[in-house]
Design a protein around this ligand. Structure first.
Ligand code: PLP
Length: 409
C-alpha cells in the first residue's frame, strides 16, 4: 500500500493555494474539491453542455456518455452494478426517496418495527420517523457502549420477525465509529427485513464494497468525498429496484404512458425523473477517479493514523472528554470532544480565529447528544489533505482557548 503524502495532495486543492494557513478539519461536514473535479465540471459547461438521454447531436451525446461513465465509476467504487446506481441530489434526498418507496413496496402494518440506532444523523432518522408515523410502526434505537460502539447484543434482541427495516449509518458523523453493517444485515435478512446503510460519512473515507456488506440499500453525498454539492447516490440491489415503483415521477422515466397505463423504464432510469445534476454527476465521477488514484486503503490508513494521534493528544489535555470510536481501523476520521466550562461554539469561535476550521453543535444527531450526555460537541474531522501539523495547530488553538477561559471566567 502506497503511503500518502498530504503536503503533495494539498497542492491538488486550490483552496489551500489561496489560503495556505487554513487548517481544514471539517471534511465530515463537507470536504474540499480538487482541481480535477472543477476542471471536469467546467469542461462540461464550456465544451458540451446539453441535456442527456434526449438528443442525437454531438454535445448531448457527449453529455450522456459522461453522465453514464460517471455511473460506472460510482458502481466500480462501491462494488455495485451500474444498474444499481441512482443519482439523487444528495444523501438526504436519497434517504427520503427510499423511505417513500419502501412505504409503497413493503407490506407494512401497524405494530411492525424499524430498528435503527441512537447515533443516526437526522437525514437517516427523520424519514424513518415520518414513515413510522404514517404506518403506525414502532422504532427501536440500538444504544451505544462506553467505547462508542453499537451495542450488538441489544441489536440481536431488537431485530426480530416484527422488524421490517434495519437502517444504520456505516460510520457515525459524530463519533467516526464504523458499524458492522454486515452483521446487522445478516440479522436483518434472517428475519426477512431490509438492510439500509447510511454511507454518507463512509464512502470516500473508508473502502466500501456493497457486496461484502450485503446491504440492500446504501446512500451517500458527493460533497463529503471531494465531489460537488447537490449530487448524491442511492444504491439498491437490482432485484429490489426492479420491483419498486418510483416515488418521484416525471419526464424521462417511462417507456409508455396512455390515459390508463404507465410503464416505467427499468432501474435506474425509472428513479431519475427530470433533468438531473449532469455537471454534478460528472464531478462525482472525477472525484472517484481522483480518490482511486490515491487509493482508498491508503486514505483510510492515513486518516486512521491522524485520528489515533488526535485522540491521544486531546486526551492529554486537562478537563476534556474525547468522544470518538477507538477501534483500530474502525473510525472514518472523526474526533469529537467537550471541554469543561467551555461551550463548543465558543471553542470553535476561538479556533476559527486561529485558522482552524472545526464544527460545533449537535451535528444533526440529537439522539446521540442525549445518549452521550452532551447536547453539543466540537468535532474535528480528518481527510487525505490533513497532516500531523494540522493536529498540532488544533492542540495549540485549544490550549489558547483554555487559557482565555481560565483567565476570564
Ligand atoms: C451520516 C450522515 N448522513 C446523512 C447526512 C446528510 O447529508 P447531506 O446533507 O449531504 O444530504 C450527513 C451529513 O452531514 C451525514 O453525516
Amino acid at each position: 500500500m502506497k503511503k500518502l503524502n498530504p503536503q503533495k495532495i494539498k497542492k491538488d486543492f486550490p483552496i489551500f493555494d489561496g489560503q495556505p494557513e487554513l487548517v481544514y478539519l471539517d471534511s465530515a461536514s463537507s470536504s474540499q474539491t480538487p482541481q480535477v473535479v472543477l476542471d471536469a465540471m467546467n469542461e462540461y459547461y464550456t465544451g458540451y453542455r446539453a441535456n442527456i438521454h434526449r438528443a442525437l447531436y454531438d454535445a448531448s451525446q457527449r453529455a450522456t456518455n459522461a453522465y453514464e461513465e460517471a455511473r460506472k465509476d460510482i458502481a466500480r467504487f462501491i462494488g455495485a452494478d451500474e444498474k444499481e446506481i441512482i443519482f439523487t441530489s444528495g444523501a438526504t434526498a436519497s434517504s427520503n426517496m427510499l423511505a417513500s418507496m419502501l412505504k409503497q413496496y413493503l407490506p407494512l402494518k401497524a405494530g411492525d418495527e424499524i430498528v435503527t440506532t441512537v447515533m443516526e444523523h437526522h437525514s437517516n432518522l427523520l424519514p424513518l420517523r415520518k414513515l413510522a408515523k404514517e404506518k403506525k410502526l414502532v422504532i427501536k434505537h440500538i444504544a451505544i457502549t462506553d467505547d462508542f460502539e453499537l451495542d450488538m447484543k441489544q441489536a440481536e434482541k431488537y431485530i426480530t420477525t416484527k422488524t421490517k427495516i434495519v437502517s444504520v449509518s456505516l460510520a457515525s458523523n459524530v463519533l467516526g465509529t464504523v458499524n458492522d453493517i454486515k452483521r446487522l444485515g445478516a440479522l436483518a435478512h434472517k428475519r426477512g427485513a431490509v438492510m439500509i446503510a447510511d454511507g454518507t460519512e463512509a464512502v470516500g473515507h473508508i473502502p466500501v464494497d456493497v457486496r461484502a456488506l450485503d446491504c440492500d440499500f446504501l446512500f451517500f453525498s458527493a460533497h463529503k468525498m471531494c465531489g460537488p454539492t447537490g449530487i448524491g447516490i442511492l444504491y439498491g440491489k437490482k432485484e429490489l429496484l426492479e420491483k419498486i415503483e418510483p416515488s418521484v415521477v416525471g419526464g424521462g422515466i417511462v417507456t409508455k404512458v396512455t390515459k390508463t397505463e404507465i410503464i416505467y423504464k427499468p432501474a435506474p432510469e425509472r428513479f431519475e425523473s427530470g433533468t438531473p445534476n449532469i455537471a454534478g454527476a460528472i464531478g462525482l465521477g472525477s472525484a472517484i477517479r481522483y480518490l482511486e488514484s490515491i487509493g482508498m486503503k491508503a486514505i483510510h490508513a492515513h486518516t486512521s493514523k491522524l485520528t489515533a494521534l488526535a485522540q491521544k493528544k486531546l486526551n492529554a489535555l486537562p478537563g476534556i472528554a474525547v468522544l470518538s470510536g477507538k477501534r483500530a481501523g474502525g473510525n472514518s476520521g472523526i474526533v469529537s470532544f467537550v471541554i469543561d466550562g467551555m461551550h463548543p461554539h465558543d471553542i470553535s469561535h476561538i479556533l476559527a480565529e486561529e485558522n482552524v476550521a472545526v464544527r460545533a453543535g449537535h451535528h444533526c444527531a440529537m439522539l446521540l447528544g442525549e445518549a452521550l450526555g452532551y447536547p453539543a460537541t466540537t468535532r474535528a474531522s480528518f481527510y487525505l489533505y490533513n497532516s500531523e501539523k494540522d493536529i498540532a495547530a488544533l492542540i495549540t488553538a485549544i490550549k489558547k482557548a483554555q487559557k482565555i477561559f481560565t483567565k476570564n471566567f
